[in-house]
Structure formats: structure tokens, C-alpha cells
Design a protein around this ligand. Structure first.
Ligand code: SF4
Length: 278
């Protein structure tokens, strides 16, 4: 199946393309919903996913001005209660105009119809500078090198420069005006900050376009996309039995630094999204 002309790329789909081309094909082009769990114990993983999603919702509501006491009452179980206490006591100083759950999108590639899009937990704009905040509820605190390699760290700042003018009174941000901060709900005193610059912006543009070209070229053939040679990536992948890479799900306690939602892609209908929607 060829890559649709109006395909929407996100950091999640691009990360899949980098991690395993076959996973990208199965999930986004063939849209196969394979009946397997990503990790065991299933219920424990589901609970972590649910609480992580709830934490993000509470953080968004807090930014929008919902009463703290009402939100705190929602955090009755662990680890959410601890995450929320950390957020209340040790969250970054959020200054300027705040845009929670900011959705940005821009044309991507030569066809002009494919898009690159992202939903950012929070963008704070102050004195013409923008900080992207990403709340993490993962079990482990990843090292900087791991974060630096993630597509999220490349896509979000790139997209903010490309398409963030509406957050800045119509004035595009320069790369030097953008930074990204990961804040870990379980490790609140160890945030990670990435500053951006013109060189990085140019490198990211070339890299991301190269990934798009790769996907388009592979999809011109009817052959299965290559399976990742790194079989450790199959342990938490729902397609493992389809690929003959085993049948047992990985132990959730051995999940590395990924978010606890490794198999979930947020679903946005572009028809419902303007250039900027928050
Ligand atoms: S099981 Fe492994 S080879 Fe198959 S799609 Fe998943 S990561 Fe790729």
C-alpha cells in the first residue's frame, strides 16, 4: 500500500519508522489491530496507562485554572497521588502565556498535502521565547542521551518554529527562541532541558524529510517492510506473533525509559484541527 498523499506524520509514527519499519507499515499503512497485549502484567500496565492519562488531564485542567483542591481530590491512588503532590510542589515555574495541549501542524514533504503534527502538553510563551513542556510519568527516569535521540525531541521544537506563529501574536519563533523541557512526575527534581538553534533546526528538517522519503519509497513496493534486526524491540510490540518474534509479552517492570503508553498513538482528525488548536 502506498503512502497516502494526505498522510499525517507524528512523532509517534516517525519513532515507529525509526524503531521498526515493519511496525510502521503494520500500524499506520495497513492499520492492523493485532489482538495481543503490549506488556505483562496486563492489568498493572493498564492501570499505569490510565493514571498517566489522568495525570496529564489534571495538569491541563490546572493550567486552565481549575481549583487545586478539586483536582487533588482526584489523586487518591498511587502512583498518581505522588505524581500530583510533586506537580503541586515542584513543577517548573510556568511563566507567560500558557497554551496547554497545543496542537500544531504544518505541511510536510513535497506533495504539500502530507502533514507533520504534534500535540504538546504545554507551551509557555514569555517575552517572545517559547518553552515546550512535556510531562512524563514513566517508571524510570531516562538519561539525557536517550531523550536526545527521541523523535519527540526533534519534532516538537522543529514544529514550533515551523508553525508556532499563532502562539506568538503572528510572529514566527526563531530556533534560538525555542527550548524543550521534560519534567518527570516521579523524579521532579531532575527535569531535562534542550535548547534549540538554527543548526539543529536545519538538521532536523533534513532528517525528518529523509524519514518521509524513506516511508514513501518503501511503500511503493508491495513487499513487507524490513523487520527490525534489534529483537529487543519486539518484546513490547503487539505484532510479535505476526512477525514470528515470540508470543510472550515483555515484563512491564523491564520496560526501559519509554512512556507507559508505548503502543498508543493519539488520534487526531486533521479535519477537526486548524493550523493551531488548543
Ligand atoms: S514484532 Fe518486532 S519486527 Fe515485528 S513489528 Fe514489532 S518490532 Fe517490528
Amino acid at each position: 500500500m502506498t503512502l497516502p498523499g494526505d498522510f499525517q506524520f507524528s512523532q509517534g509514527s516517525l519513532q515507529d519508522l525509526v524503531d521498526c519499519k515493519r511496525r510502521f507499515q503494520l500500524r499506520y499503512l495497513l492499520q492492523i489491530a493485532w489482538p495481543a497485549v503490549p506488556a505483562e502484567p496486563y492489568l498493572e500496565n493498564e492501570q499505569h496507562l490510565r493514571l498517566g492519562a489522568l495525570f496529564h488531564l489534571m495538569a491541563q485542567q490546572h493550567t486552565l485554572g481549575v481549583d487545586e483542591a478539586r483536582l487533588t481530590a482526584m489523586a487518591s491512588e498511587e502512583p498518581l497521588a505522588g505524581w500530583w503532590q510533586n506537580f503541586m510542589q515542584q513543577r517548573p515555574a510556568l511563566e507567560g502565556t500558557l497554551f496547554p495541549e497545543a496542537v500544531l501542524t504544518t505541511p510536510f514533504g513535497q506533495s504539500g498535502q502530507r502533514r507533520l503534527l504534534a500535540k504538546m502538553d504545554l507551551v509557555a510563551v514569555s517575552d517572545g521565547r517559547a518553552t515546550i513542556y512535556d510531562w512524563k510519568t514513566s517508571r524510570h527516569r531516562p538519561p539525557r542521551t536517550w531523550l536526545a535521540d527521541r523523535l519527540q525531541t526533534r519534532v516538537y521544537p522543529y514544529l514550533l518554529v515551523q508553525a508556532g506563529a499563532e502562539l506568538n501574536s503572528g510572529q514566527p519563533f526563531t530556533p534560538e527562541q525555542v527550548e524543550m523541557v521534560y519534567w518527570f512526575a516521579g523524579f521532579p527534581d531532575r527535569p531535562e532541558r534542550f535548547i534549540y538553534d538554527a543548526q539543529r533546526y536545519a538538521e532536523d528538517g533534513a532528517y525528518l524529510t529523509g524519514l518521509l522519503d524513506q516511508a514513501a519509497t518503501l511503500s511503493m513496493s508491495d513487499e513487507p517492510f524490513p523487520l527490525t534486526p534489534d529483537e529487543s524491540k519486539c518484546r513490547f510490540c503487539v505484532y510479535r506473533s505476526l512477525c514470528n518474534r515470540g508470543i510472550a509479552a515483555g515484563d512491564v517492570n523491564e520496560l526501559d525509559f519509554d512512556d507507559p503508553e508505548p503502543m498508543v498513538e493519539f488520534d487526531l482528525d486533521f479535519e477537526q484541527v486548524a493550523e493551531v488548536d488548543y
